[in-house]
Design a protein around this ligand. Sequence first.
Ligand SMILES: NC(=O)C1=CN([C@@H]2O[C@H](COP(=O)(O)OP(=O)(O)OC[C@H]3O[C@@H](n4cnc5c(N)ncnc54)[C@H](OP(=O)(O)O)[C@@H]3O)[C@@H](O)[C@H]2O)C=CC1
Ligand SMILES: O=C1OC[C@@H](O)[C@H](O)[C@H]1O
Length: 398
Amino acid sequence: MFEFIGRLSKAFNPTPVPKSDGVLRCGILGAAKIAPLAVIIPTKSHSEFIISAVAARSKDKAEAFAKKHGIEKVYSGATGYQDLLDDKDIDVIYNPLPNGLHYEWTLKALAAGKHVLLEKPSTNTEEEARILFEYADKKGLVLLEAAHSRFHPAFIRVKEIIDSGELGKLKNVKSTLCVPRMMVGEGKNDNDIRYQLELGGGIMMDMGCYTLMAVRTTIGAEPLSVISASATPIAFGTEEQRKTIDIGTEAALAFPSDVTAEIQCHSRWPGWGPFGLLPRYPDVKLEATCEGGKITLDNFVVPTLYHKIQVVPINGKKRTEWAYTFKDGTGEDWWLTYRYQLEAFVDKIKGRQPKTWITGEESIGNMKWIEEIYKATGFGVRPKSSFVLSEADVASTA
Ligand SMILES: NC(=O)C1=CN([C@@H]2O[C@H](COP(=O)(O)OP(=O)(O)OC[C@H]3O[C@@H](n4cnc5c(N)ncnc54)[C@H](OP(=O)(O)O)[C@@H]3O)[C@@H](O)[C@H]2O)C=CC1
Ligand SMILES: O=C1OC[C@@H](O)[C@H](O)[C@H]1O
């Protein structure tokens, strides 16, 4: 219990470290709710990263955000986002805009010569994700989808155990991320970005992206097909929203070598008991079944709070493992998934080998199968952006 409290207090309130020479200066596009957790807190304990600027549409909001988080430069108004991208002192952009704006503002950031940490899911469509990652490659810039759960040692350990063959051939992987209302970023707000189609809304986008990434990475291959998929529409909003925006989705996927996978996500996980009034415990799990046994990782999305890796061989002794740091000592037990992610991102920019990485192809694959799942549910794909990069920017590789 004391360990848990100690980990939590350091995770959310790390001791700031001095910044080194060659520190990377990051600008945040939008005073987003997720920015403190995803980059501002992790930056405090990283010597080579600093949050130097924020841009928000409203001047008051931008200034209040900058003051609260000790950010030096503020951009705002109609040109605020572009002014931030044009700032020559900024090396890196963190893009936590609504999903439907990821494509436009990441393209613009890359065109301005910045590395980009891009919130998940990378875009609204597979095609857009491909364009972004190809453009980043062409420009020689680092672009990373911030699918933070992939960077934690607990997730990597599960993959390592499966790949070691100790449990035999992999047969099935399941991943769930189902939480009661109020536990997700949308809070009470039915007008949240998550429910606007144009902005890339839908819970398969918002939360299903983690479960899909988890099964694809664990299996280490791309799906062959969607076997089945169904989605529950939101119970509010317009008729159009109820046809296209899911509050929960489940899907079964076929992979090569007769491997199958199931994913399930829900952001207003119904309660149980009389009138469904009793809230259900969040179901956040990764589970792999092999010919010789089973392995589960409880809480694969927020493993720093707690997690448990259970290995249950058919013939052998059951064991439990925990992996708060990497075996070679990399990391701290209190590092959040976001802190591991930042470590990898900075390593990549600095030309060092990150402990783990999400390639562009992996992110593009996630968008492809999010789209396939949406098609199979009948909710349809998310609309692509109308933004087009100028010919000059396309041609420029500097
Ligand atoms: N990694 C993680 O754990 C999480 C990731 N996310 C991801 O982060 C992103 C942002 O999520 P979240 O922080 O909850 O979002 P917010 O509701 O806080 O919105 C983010 C920002 O979008 C900007 N914005 C620009 N245009 C619009 C528009 N037309 N309508 C609404 N907002 C607009 C706002 O900027 P301004 O300040 O300029 O007004 C706002 O600050 C999403 O991609 C989401 O998937 C979200 C939660 C957790
Ligand atoms: O990325 C996310 O993870 C946690 C959820 O609260 C949130 O809705 C989602 O955007």
